[in-house]
Each structure stands twice: as structure tokens, then as C-alpha cells.
Design a protein. Structure first.
Length: 281
């Protein structure tokens, strides 16, 4: 009920016919009005001035901060202080997230994911002749793998939540091989810890990502060749792509052509455009 329904228009007092609950609500309304009426005019004006000054200081401070940021030198298309913030966030969360796995879901909860991003997929590709080149930290080629080679590795199916930096997410089922199982094939050449980082590129070199080795060796980092139980189509990254619920989708490179183990932090397509290099969830 509204306040007007609680008040008897003739007397502005509780109506004897009202229920006990209505009478109590009327009493609360009246108490609030009485309290408001007791505020002296001088105090009311003082409160108004204080609110105005507080708001004005906030506006001036925000504008000054914005101008200060605009004057800072840029590092990969964002002010250097924001880049330091990204790096601090990585240093804080990297030890915590190491080895952590994301929640999984029942297969029935998943469905086909939308196509979002075609960078690196615009050039023609012959799926029958596709190969993936693997290089070690010294730049030498340690292996070349076909899709059949990847399919010989233990197959894993994961139903997980894919998250995009744009704010949307989708539960999807990936099928493929763990990256750690691929890396294990080269343990004799590269050691148990092959490098500090991994760099991956599309065949045309237009899209590339850099990921820390701990994230790459996570059991939920897949070299995926299936989506919803079917082979990947071209727009979703055929013949092979990265898939993981532990990084934002910008790290899930499609149409992998090369994998490079490196001890220097590699560049990254979206890092060069102002995004966080770590991109951990």
C-alpha cells in the first residue's frame, strides 16, 4: 500500500478501521516525517553545501587523474601505470592459480559456441597437408606433427565454461589431447620443464599468443580438434586450436601452425593492443 492509503484524508490520523499492520506502517511513516521536520533550516543548508563541495572535489579529482593518465608515456597502447597494474595482478595471482583447475559441467549443459574472431583464419588452408612445427628454446626444430599424430595421444573431453573478455561466457564441450602429453614427447630433448613460456602462431602469422609454461602444462589446456563431439570447422579453428577454461578466450588460438618453447616472455596479439598478457581466470 502507498502512504496515501495509510492516511485518513479527513484527520491525517490512523483510521480506526485499519488493520494493526496498516496502523504500524502509518506510525513508521509519521515518525520519519517528524524526524525530517526537526532538521533546522541552517543545518539543512550546511548539509547541502557539504554535499555540493564533496561532489565538486570528486569531479575535479577525477578530471585531474584522467589528465594525469593522458600525460603518462604509453606501453603497448596503454599508460605505463596501467601496464604496471596488469603486471602486479599477474605477480599476485600467478602463484595462487598454478595448477588450479576450473569447474566442469555435464555434457547436456553444453552447446555450440558462437564464432568470435577470425584473425589468422582468412588465408586458405589445405587441411590434408596441415602440420604443426615445434621448436625448442634455442630456435631449432624438435618436431613436426600432423593431426593424426595428435589424435594418437590420449583423448580428453572437457565440458567447461569458455569466457570472453567482452563479458560473455558459454558452456561448451571440447575434445582433444592435453598439451602436456605433447610436451612429454620431447622431454628427452627439452627436459621435464622445457621452458618458461610457450608461443603459438597461426599459419599466416597474423595471430599469436604467449602463455606461461605452468598454464600450458595444466591438465585442462587442450589441443582441441573436436567441438561438441564433431571435428572443428574452419571458423572455429580447424584443424587444431587451443582450448582452456583457465584463460580468457583471447588466448585460445585457432588454427595452430607453430609451437615455440622459449625462456623469454613472448609477445602476444592482444597484449600489444593494451590487454593483460597473463589473461588468467
Amino acid at each position: 500500500m502507498s502512504k496515501e492509503q495509510f492516511v485518513d484524508p479527513a484527520t491525517a490520523e490512523p483510521n480506526p478501521q485499519w488493520s494493526e499492520a496498516d496502523a504500524e506502517r502509518f506510525a513508521r511513516y509519521k515518525a520519519v516525517e517528524t524526524e525530517q521536520a526537526r532538521v533546522p533550516l541552517g543545518e539543512y543548508r550546511q548539509r547541502s553545501r557539504r554535499s555540493f563541495l564533496t561532489g565538486a572535489v570528486g569531479i575535479v579529482g577525477s578530471y585531474a587523474g584522467w589528465r594525469w593518465l593522458q600525460g603518462r608515456p604509453e606501453e603497448n597502447r596503454i599508460p605505463d601505470v596501467l601496464r604496471r597494474g596488469h603486471e602486479f595482478n599477474e605477480a599476485l595471482w600467478r602463484p595462487v592459480s598454478a595448477g588450479r583447475t576450473a569447474p566442469t559441467f555435464d555434457r547436456s549443459e553444453s552447446s555450440m559456441i558462437r564464432v568470435n574472431g577470425r584473425i589468422g583464419l582468412e588465408s586458405p588452408i589445405d587441411l590434408d597437408s596441415w602440420e604443426m612445427t615445434i621448436t625448442g628454446p634455442d630456435g631449432s626444430v624438435v618436431g613436426v606433427r600432423t593431426l593424426d599424430d595428435i589424435k594418437e595421444l590420449p583423448k580428453v573431453e572437457l565440458t567447461v565454461e569458455h569466457k570472453c573478455v567482452e563479458g560473455w561466457s558459454h558452456i561448451v564441450t571440447w575434445g582433444g589431447a592435453r598439451f602436456s602429453d605433447l610436451a612429454a614427447l620431447y622431454q628427452d630433448q627439452l627436459g621435464e620443464r622445457p621452458s618458461d613460456f610457450v608461443s603459438l602462431e597461426t599459419p599466416d602469422g597474423e595471430y599469436y599468443v604467449g602463455i606461461d609454461i605452468e598454464s600450458m602444462m595444466n591438465p585442462q589446456m587442450l589441443l582441441a580438434y573436436e567441438l561438441q563431439g564433431e571435428p572443428l570447422d574452419l571458423e572455429h579453428g580447424a584443424p587444431l586450436r587451443l582450448a582452456t577454461p583457465n584463460k580468457y578466450g583471447i588466448k585460445c588460438l585457432k588454427r595452430i601452425a607453430s609451437v615455440a618453447f622459449t625462456n623469454e616472455q613472448p609477445t602476444d596479439y592482444w597484449y600489444e593492443r593494451g590487454y593483460d598478457w597473463y589473461a588468467q581466470l
